[in-house]
Write a protein that binds this ligand. Structure first.
Ligand code: PNS
Length: 156
């Protein structure tokens, strides 16, 4: 069984993330969305809030699961077989960062590889960071996050 692990901070999940999940679930037998800590980013939502929002959105997909881990991605994957990591890339800047992450992860754990999915259309400019800015000033995030979580995100 081929499993795709989609790691990220998902603070919160965006339509861009959702698009990657939707594409990956058609290619792989199973997709695990892994909520991790990004020490470079100030989180707005707790681990549980982030995982719960994702669960609400992917509930309808039988081959998609959500997990949380407070550690290195390379360690989470240590005992797993037949897995690849999937990440979305929106720009050359994203690619530069993701390329470095893929390389260091490969160094830490030689067993797995990283596949990149290009972002398309409006998702090219959607990011969790921009969404947090918009909600901080009561702006409209319609079309940027899945409808099921919009009110939860706005309440923050
Ligand atoms: O959605 P993000 O914030 O771009 O995701 C980044 C994330 C969470 C995948 C990355 O920070 C991460 O892998 N964090 C866990 C610690 C780790 O394994 N870091 C990579 C080796 S230094």
């Amino acid at each position: 069984m081929k499993t795709a692990i989609f790691p990220g901070s998902f603070d919160p999940i965006t339509n861009g993330h959702f698009d990657i999940i939707n594409r990956a679930r058609l290619i792989f037998d199973q997709v695990i969305i892994l909520v991790l800590t990004n020490i470079d980013k100030q989180m707005m939502f707790s681990f549980n809030e982030r995982a719960n929002m994702i669960s609400l959105v992917v509930d309808k997909f039988s081959n998609v699961k959500v997990d949380v881990y407070n550690g290195l991605l390379a360690d989470y994957l240590r005992e797993m077989k037949d897995v690849v990591v999937v990440k979305g890339v929106r720009s050359v800047l994203d690619f530069q960062y993701e390329f470095e992450m893929a390389s260091i992860n490969k160094k830490l754990n030689l067993k797995f590889d990283t596949l990149f999915f290009p972002a398309y259309g409006d998702n090219v400019f959607v990011s969790s960071t921009l969404i947090k800015q918009i909600i901080s000033f009561n702006g409209d995030i319609s079309g940027m996050v899945p409808e099921q979580i919009k009110s939860m995100v706005m309440k923050k």
